[in-house]
Design a protein around this ligand. Structure first.
Ligand SMILES: Nc1nc2c(ncn2[C@@H]2O[C@H](COP(=O)(O)OP(=O)(O)O)[C@@H](O)[C@H]2O)c(=O)[nH]1
Ligand SMILES: [Mg+2]
Length: 497
């Protein structure tokens, strides 16, 4: 290995947040990674000469800050492993970026620990913490920050043998050179060894990745071959379904090209809007969602009644149900059961009238939705098969991704050879009989729990506002659409687990 002053390989690891991503470009001394580009689950690397060294910088895939490994899609987990093995013999250092303007809670600690340990326990000997955004408060030092953040951050620093560095905005060459110096010291401490991923782990991951790619190709082919002649329909009546914050209102807005849905905040009643979509008079009913992580028995009577009301608002029957599922997080067996149980309200027949609409797909970057479906495993595949292999992709932030004509075609294909959905007639008479009464008025503990959830919701929203304010303070003017790092589907809701 040529060291020091020779080649240097660094993997930059960044639990995702709202702020713009500037560190990679700062290290390489120029705009080599396109700034403002959508954050993705795919790793990227660049090699540049910096201060006389050839530096290979790998940006590992992001995961949502503070969320557990089980919420991270399998694609990301595998990509993390593959990113450190991208350039043999392996990185000299893994640098974890920690934004000092955001609280580093115990959840953040767990999250960093779980994700890094995917790479093997030995990873900590090669890891260094890089603090950014310390200037969000005047005269704030890194020592003050470490002291004030408490145990979680101190745990992380201990794991990294107290190796850390600070990047201040507006300074460059010197702080980059100092970072390289600290990496050099660490490598010396490791007897000159770089980090090497376990070869069995790597080959398992590579094998899984190539199987996923193969199966994804097959699925795309199956979708193509399964295409039917669409049944032309002058008017379309659609019902949005899914858990809270999945992107139901946002998807309704994409289809109708409006911002009417969700403007009154959290959707608590079913609402209906009309529009002209691809020469179809289109009615969309947006419904309140169920809880993502709580069993269907916790879906309140009022939410169930509103979903049923939403179906009746599409009288005489809806043509399609759009089941909205975010693509930036995992889809576990637990979620499958919750979705399945909530859908029971609409009868088994609902499945033959349902299309899965994936939101947040820009996170996939160069991966395809089929890569995600195949890597997530049986639960998601079950859902897709249950919907006759019908799925569609949306992202409210990327206009080019939103192919509404294709969705209309998928709906019309589904309608050909499909008899009208009849569940509504059955389900709606009378509502009271159909709506499960799991949360009885006299069941005080359960009612209390639901109340706590709603209060938790408000609290999370205000916490998020606070974080956003701090990010704005640290990064100057409010984030514009161009450089805004979009929030993930799990960033706002209450962590119901
Ligand atoms: N970046 C991004 N944000 C989205 C997407 N879909 C929804 N959101 C955001 O996620 C949050 C919840 O979306 P919303 O449509 O209100 O969820 P609903 O509760 O299912 O109706 C809102 O802040 C949306 O702006 C998406 O595809 N990409
Ligand atoms: Mg909504």
């Amino acid at each position: 290995m040529a060291w020091p002053g020779g080649n240097l390989q660094i993997v930059l690891i960044r639990p995702d947040t709202y702020g713009p991503d500037t560190v990679a470009n700062s290290i390489l001394g120029r705009e080599v990674f396109e700034s403002g580009k959508n954050v993705t689950l795919k790793s990227e690397s660049q090699v540049k000469e910096v201060n006389g060294r050839k530096v290979c910088l790998v940006k590992a895939p992001v995961w949502l800050r503070g969320y557990s490994l089980c919420d991270t899609p399998n694609l990301v987990k595998d990509e993390l492993v593959l990113s450190v093995a991208q350039h043999p013999p392996g990185p000299h250092a893994l640098v974890i970026e920690i934004e000092a303007n955001l609280p580093f809670t115990n959840l953040c600690r767990r999250s960093v620990e779980q994700h890094l340990e995917l790479l093997g326990e030995n990873v900590w000997n090669h890891t260094l913490v890089l603090f950014t955004h310390l200037d969000w408060q005047d005269n704030y030092t890194v020592e003050q920050h470490i002291e004030s953040e408490g145990e979680a951050l101190q745990w992380l620093l201990k794991k990294c043998a107290n190796r850390y560095h600070v990047f201040n905005s507006g300074q460059n060459d010197l702080q980059v050179e100092q970072l390289f110096g600290k990496v050099e010291e660490m490598v010396t401490g490791n007897s000159g060894r770089h980090f090497e991923i376990d070869s069995a782990l790597l080959s398992r991951t590579e094998q899984r990745r190539s199987e996923v790619e193969e199966k994804a190709k097959e699925r795309r082919l199956r979708v193509q071959e399964g295409k039917k002649q669409p049944k032309r329909q002058d008017d379309l009546r659609l019902v949005m379904l899914g858990w809270v914050m999945a992107g139901k209102s946002a998807s309704g807005n994409i289809i109708l090209n409006t911002d009417d849905f969700g403007k009154e905040g959290h959707t608590t009643r079913s609402v209906k809007y009309y529009g002209e979509v691809e020469e179809h008079r289109t009615t969309i009913v947006d419904t309140p969602g169920w809880w993502k992580f709580l069993g269907a028995e916790f879906t309140s009577d009022s939410v169930k009644a509103e979903i049923l009301e939403g179906v009746s608002m599409c009288s005489p029957y809806p043509h399609a149900f759009l089941l909205v599922i975010p693509a930036d997080t995992s889809f576990t067996e637990e979620l499958k059961k919750i979705v399945q149980d909530n859908m029971k309200l609409l009868g088994e027949e609902v499945w033959s009238h349902t299309i899965v609409v994936f939101t947040y797909v820009k996170w996939l970057g160069d991966f395809t939705i089929e890569d995600h479906i195949e890597s997530e495993g049986e639960a998601l595949q079950w859902l897709i098969e249950k919907c006759g292999n019908r799925y569609h992709i949306f992202d409210k932030d990327v206009k080019d991704l939103n192919n509404v004509p294709e969705l209309v075609r998928t709906i019309e294909e589904m309608l050909s050879g499909n008899s009208p959905y009849e569940g509504s007639r059955e389900t709606l008479s009378p509502v009271e009989d159909r709506v499960s009464t799991v949360v009885q008025k006299e069941d005080a503990p359960l009612l209390k729990m639901v109340e706590v959830l709603y209060r938790g919701w408000d609290w999370r929203a205000s916490e998020w506002n606070e974080i956003e304010k701090r990010v704005h303070m640290a990064s100057g003017p409010p984030l514009s659409q161009g450089n805004q790092r979009s929030i993930g589907s799990m960033d706002q809701p209450l962590d119901c687990k």
